[in-house]
Design a protein around this ligand. Structure first.
Ligand SMILES: Nc1ncnc2c1ncn2[C@@H]1O[C@H](COP(=O)(O)OP(=O)(O)O)[C@@H](O)[C@H]1O
Ligand SMILES: [Mg+2]
Length: 268
């Protein structure tokens, strides 16, 4: 469903990503790990259509990705800028209003009531049923991320892009978010790409783990080579995740003499 064909991304003479090749079926949950600065967020921006590869192409169902971000792809960042001047309900309704009411940016009458009900149901779904009229600054970090996820899901994307979505949350809240995300993923056909610093998180949630690593380094020209996908690890979801983490750690130690990602996760 998503095909990445010989994709390169360069900024000036700095090669960030090189020779990426990847085929991802609909409904996969790809966790992406790798050293800070190796191009994971850049790869997400390419998937989002916010940026174009300098070489190669990305196909969605056999057709080149639209040049602009669209409703097919929802995105949640570590610190998502939900709109501070809108309460939770209206933040989520916005996801319905923007694409459907191109000219006015608003819906009216019965359509607006339907959008309201849909948004309220989505907030209920992510555990914010009691916070419909709260503003983002009245919500905890975990609640704001739930809100961001609800907003992204409201547009019914086929692909959800998550850039270290839980990196700023406390461990207990993170666990709740893991449960929520797993549940949302399992009951939909959503394809998910999630960057994480936390290897264990990647293995617990993903159906596949992609390891990004810069294999070739020229000390004279640090920008000469980009990162590649050095490991593409399909996970058997029935295998217990602890042993899977073990396998990945071994794989990553083989990949480089630098320990790229610690088991406990590196706080950004
Ligand atoms: N718009 C840009 N212009 C120039 N360089 C960029 C731009 N975006 C990212 N980079 C560079 O690309 C590299 C990878 O960045 P990024 O994708 O954010 O890494 P990661 O998310 O893996 O930490 C970094 O060296 C960064 O400085
Ligand atoms: Mg990043």
């Amino acid at each position: 469903m998503i095909e990445v064909r010989n994709v390169w991304k360069e900024y000036g003479d700095q090669v960030v990503l090189e020779r990426l090749n990847l085929t991802i079926k609909e409904g996969e949950f790809c966790s992406m790990v790798g050293a800070s600065g190796c191009g994971k967020s850049t790869f997400l921006r390419l998937l989002l259509g916010q940026e174009r590869p300098t070489r190669g192409e990305i196909l969605l169902d056999g057709a080149p990705l639209p040049g602009e971000p669209d409703a097919h792809r929802g995105v949640v960042f570590q610190r998502y800028s939900v709109f501070d001047h809108l309460d939770a309900l209206h933040n989520v309704m916005l996801g319905l209003e923007l694409p459907r009411a191109k000219f006015t940016g608003r819906l009216f009458g019965a359509k607006r009531r339907a959008a309201r009900d849909e948004a309220a149901a989505m907030l209920e779904r992510v555990g914010l049923g009691a916070a419909l009229n709260k503003y983002p600054q009245q919500l905890s970090g975990g609640m704001q991320q739930r809100l961001a996820i609800a907003q992204a899901l409201m547009m019914k994307p086929r692909v959800l892009l998550l850039d270290e979505p839980f990196g700023a949350l406390d461990p207990g809240i993170r666990k709740d978010m893991h449960a929520l995300l797993s549940e949302l993923w399992r009951e939909s056909k959503l394809t998910i790409f999630m960057v994480t610093h936390d290897l264990k998180e990647g293995f617990t949630l993903g159906s596949r783990v992609l390891v990004f690593d810069k294999v070739r380094v020229d000390p004279q020209a640090p920008g000469a080579y980009g990162a590649r996908i050095t490991y593409n690890i399909p996970l058997d979801r029935t295998r217990d995740s602890a042993s899977a983490v073990h396998i990945a750690q071994a794989a990553m130690q083989g990949a480089s003499d630098v320990q790229l990602v610690s088991l406990e996760g590196i706080r950004p």
